[in-house]
Structures are given as C-alpha cells and as structure tokens.
Ligand binder design. Structure first.
Ligand SMILES: [Zn+2]
Length: 379
C-alpha cells in the first residue's frame, strides 16, 4: 500500500485492497442542482464556469427551400427559427417531412417524439416540427431521459442463466423494432453524456461481454436481420481459445459495421481484488496491463478494419479508484459496470450502468428492464 496510498485520488480499502467505487450519481447531481439553485449574494459577478457551456445542438443546415417533395406535400402553417407547424397531405410520411424540413430522413424520430406519435396524422391535424433537436436534455422535475445499456454473454441453445436462446434474443429485437426503439451505437452515448447530442426518447444500447463463439453463430445473424448495432467486449487472452471467437470471426464482425469491438481486460481478473501475496507495485502494474494490452492487441490485429478502442467493460463490472485513475490516464472515454438501470445525462462516463439480460428472462422481464427515465434521487 505504501507508495501510493497517499495519492489523493486513490483510497485504500480497510481490508488492504482498493475501495470499490459505487458512483453516487444522485449525490453528484444533487450537488450540481444545489449549486445552480443557490442564490448569489450581491452584485458579485459569478465565476466563470469550470468548463465552457456545451454548444447548442448542431441543427442540420436548413434546406434552401421548403419545397414540397414526395412524402411531404403539405403546407407550412407557421414557423419561427425553432419550430414549424405543418399541415400534412395524404400520403405524407414522417421520413418525408424530416427530409423536407430537417434535411435528414433519419431525424424522423425528432418529429415523432415532439408529437407523441410515429405516423403522420390523417386529415388536416397539424404536426409540430422542431427545427433543432429541442431541449438537448429531456429533463423535468420528476426525472430525466435515460438510456438503458443491455448486457449479454452467451447465446444458445444451451443451459444456464448466462445463455440467451436465439429465439429469445430475436423476440427481444423484434419487440424493440416493433416499438420504435432506436438501438444506438455505444459511442453515441459520449455526446449525450456531454450534453451535446439529443437522442430519441426510446434509445437503447446492446453490449455483449467476453467474446464467445455463439455471438457469431446466433446473435450476429439476428443483429444483421434487424440492422441493430452492438458493442462486443472481448478479453484478449480468450480470443481463439476453447469456445471463443477467433480473430478471423472478430474481423468479420467488425467489417460488418454493426459490431464494435472493445476491451474487456487482458485476463478477466477481477480488477478490484488485490491478491494477498500481490504487492502494491505488482498490483498496480497488473491493472496497467489489463487496460493497455487488450487495446494494443485489438488495434494491432483489427486496426485495418477500423477497430479503435475507447471503451472498457470491467470484468465482473467492478472498478475502484485505481482502475478509474488508470482509465483516465489511458484515455478510455466510457467504462461499463453491471450496476443495473439506465443512464441519464448525469451518469459518470466511467461508471455507466448496465442491465444484465439472462436466459430465464421472459419478454415481460426484458421490457421491465428498459429504464427510459431516471430521477437523480433514485439509487
Ligand atoms: Zn466478462
């Protein structure tokens, strides 16, 4: 322990290890809110913010003309810089309206969320078209938008809680598609957490840990069928072993553009458990290597197909202050735990919550785990 126990960022655990981090996002958010709400005495100028305010959401360049086009043949009843009221015609689609006014069919969700419906109303009921992504952070007094990150391991047939049957996985993907969920790339969370990017209200992220071969055999065809992206966290020592994915399979997954391959340590040791016979220097070196080597291996073997490692899933979901300090030094931008729940804008980027999906979950269990709102006071 000597040598770095005194470092401010690292706190020794009573038992001689390192204290696990359970990030008190509620407390952090409350501190932030309290600071914002505190009255400022007198005419003293407020100090400059520690970080510059986030730039407004980049709205797509306004189309040079709002001329009707197929899928958006109706009339504009009124508009200002931020919003437009549109009277649709028969045959209009949200994608058409998004193309005409937002310059991007893919932003149809922005109109759907603003109107609380996912189709163009019949007759002459007007549609509200927000011209920017609106309030970047969807926050009200009782909660904030939250993005669930799902965590899978193995796919089957096969026994055990960790094995999700292919038919069960497909039922879940089908339900997400039918209910207009947007399955995000994990990397899209970074902009959301920085307050720069608005996301559809029904957003979800799919992650898969360890790198079992069944990912390629059962999950990959289904991800392709639905066009859903996923992030695969592999630990380097496992690749090519026993029932693991091979490097060739990882390459195929990465080349598809749907599966983002990221780091899950070198050996899958529990990063917060310092062995009794492991000196502090050796422990520290091990943590350093557990974060550095998988990134080096993945980028060396798969860099040619675009793999760039920025995210890390902690084995067993566990991290402590030393691990977080190493994450920051090695410039990982997102760290993933297995603390269940969704992630609001105030989530700690290196302590993101993830919800396990197990083989014995019914579709109802699955739906119940999609937390789309979070209150800062919720544990
Ligand atoms: Zn794992």
């Amino acid at each position: 322990m000597t040598g770095f126990a005194a470092a401010a960022a690292i706190e020794p655990h009573r038992r001689g290890g390192w204290r696990p981090v359970v990030w008190a996002s509620a407390a952090v958010a409350l501190l932030g809110l309290a600071a914002c709400a505190a009255p400022r005495p007198g005419p003293v100028a407020p100090p400059p913010p520690a970080t510059p305010p986030a730039p407004p959401v980049a709205a797509p360049a306004p189309p040079t003309s709002d001329a009707p086009l197929p899928g958006a043949m109706g009339d504009v009843a009124g508009r200002n810089e931020r919003v437009l009221v549109y009277v649709p015609r028969d045959g209009d689609t949200l994608a058409g309206v998004a193309t005409r006014f937002l310059g991007d069919a893919d932003r149809a969700w922005q109109i759907a969320d603003a109107n609380g419906q996912r189709w163009v109303p019949a007759g002459t009921q007007p549609l509200v078209v927000p011209l920017s992504a609106g309030s970047v952070l969807d926050v009200t007094a009782d909660g904030a938008q939250s993005v669930p990150i799902l965590c899978y391991h193995r796919f089957g047939p096969g026994q055990g809680k960790m094995v999700v049957a292919a038919s069960q996985f497909e039922a879940q993907l089908e339900w997400l598609a039918r209910n207009h969920y947007r399955v995000l790339k994990l990397s899209e969370m970074a902009g959301f957490l920085a307050g720069k990017t608005a996301l559809p209200q029904r957003s979800v992220v799919i992650t898969i840990d360890d790198g079992y071969e069944t990912v390629h055999r059962y999950a990959f065809p289904l991800l392709k069928k639905y066009g859903f992206p996923a992030t695969l966290f592999v630990y380097a020592d496992f690749v090519g072993a026993r029932d693991a994915l091979s490097w060739a399979q990882l390459q195929e997954l990465a080349e598809s553009g749907l599966v983002d391959i990221q780091a899950h340590s070198k050996s899958h040791r529990n990063l917060i458990e310092q062995a009794t016979n492991e000196g502090d220097a050796a422990y520290r070196q091990s943590i350093e290597a557990e974060l550095r080597l998988p990134r080096a291996a993945l980028e060396r073997r798969l860099g040619a197909v675009g793999v760039k490692v920025h995210h890390f899933a902690y084995p067993f979901g566990d991290a402590n202050e030393l691990v977080l300090e190493t994450m920051r030094r090695q410039q990982y931008d997102l760290g993933l735990t297995v603390i269940p729940g969704g992630n609001a804008f105030f989530a700690h980027p290196l302590m993101l919550r993830r919800t396990m999906i197990y083989g014995d979950h019914s579709l109802e269990d699955f739906k119940a785990r999609l937390q789309l709102r979070r209150n800062a006071l919720w544990p």
